[in-house]
Write a protein that binds this ligand. Structure first.
Ligand code: ZN
Length: 292
């Protein structure tokens, strides 16, 4: 089976109240193929990446958006990476309507554990997708707040005690830490007994009053399709590295785990890579270096 990669689908299934399983499929032009592990995958760079927003073809492969979209879309603004810098209330959002539907909506502040516990935020209702995208093996909700900006302010406040970063190398090599998120949640709540301190000229009292700590936070456990982890090496398919063939060993948090390294699913979704799915491929032995 062969086709241009159009993207990937994440399927999330709740096994019970506290357990979800995450599965993946690749979307080719004509069909969707489940990625279970054990398949041979051959990636070919065929060129002409397209802007993810306007579809214009881009010479500068490696980017998701063209230069014009990068300058005009609110989702490319700095505040998407640093939500506490949201400036919607000043009337300077690049796309105020998009901001209304994306940012000015209830958000959840959560704890997720991959190798170390991290604090993060996501739109309420999208927690499972977010935790799956980060490769967390457990997570819990800390608080629900009315806007993305307030979530960003709380996240930044909590990040003085707990990281807001993840390390992809530890994720793909399977270094999993074991911490009780419930205990950590209790501890963070004690350190931040009330939210009134977040009130300022930019965050209204009503907004702060609507922020609610989760009373009895429940840990959700996530499982991913993994037979083996990978070496911490990012493999690329581009104009220079035209073809990469390897066997799939699993998928976690946005990475295909291959026998010789990993590929980021985002980097494969720009419309410039063809994929052939087959029986396992025979990998060439590394060339023996002559001693002479
Ligand atoms: Zn564009």
């Amino acid at each position: 089976m062969k086709g241009m990669i159009q993207g990937f689908t994440t399927q999330i299934e709740a096994l019970n109240d506290a357990k979800i399983s995450v599965n993946y499929a690749v979307n080719l032009a004509e069909q969707t193929i489940p990625l279970e592990g054990g398949e041979g995958l051959t990636f070919r760079y065929v060129g002409s990446a397209a802007c993810a927003h306007c579809g214009v073809s881009m010479i500068n492969a490696g980017w998701d958006y063209c230069v014009d979209c990068f300058r005009s879309l609110a989702r490319c603004d700095l505040c998407v990476m640093s939500p506490n810098r949201c400036h919607h209330h000043k009337g300077t959002c690049r796309e105020p309507e998009w901001g209304d539907s994306f940012c000015m909506q209830p958000h959840v502040v959560y704890l997720a554990l991959a190798h170390v516990p991290k604090v993060g935020i996501t739109r309420a209702g999208r927690e499972w997708d977010r935790w799956a995208a980060q490769g967390a093996h457990k997570a819990l909700r800390l608080m629900t707040v009315p806007t993305r900006r307030l979530a960003g302010v709380v996240e930044r406040h909590l990040s003085q005690w707990i990281t807001d970063r993840t390390d992809w190398r530890k994720l793909v090599t399977g270094q999993r830490g074991d911490f009780s998120l419930t205990e950590l949640a209790t501890d963070l709540r004690q350190r931040t007994p009330d939210l009134v301190r977040f009130r300022s000229d930019q965050i209204s009292a009503t907004e702060v009053e609507c922020a609610l700590w989760e009373i009895d936070p429940l840990e959700t456990h996530l499982s991913f399709p993994i037979q083996n982890y990978s070496p911490a090496k990012q493999l690329r398919v581009d104009a220079k590295e035209g073809v990469v063939a390897d066997n799939l060993q699993g998928v976690i948090g946005g990475y295909l785990l291959l026998s010789r390294g990993v590929m980021s699913m985002q980097s494969l979704s720009r419309g410039d890579i063809q994929l052939e799915v087959s029986a396992p491929v025979v990998l060439e032995e590394p060339l023996q270096k002559s001693l002479f």
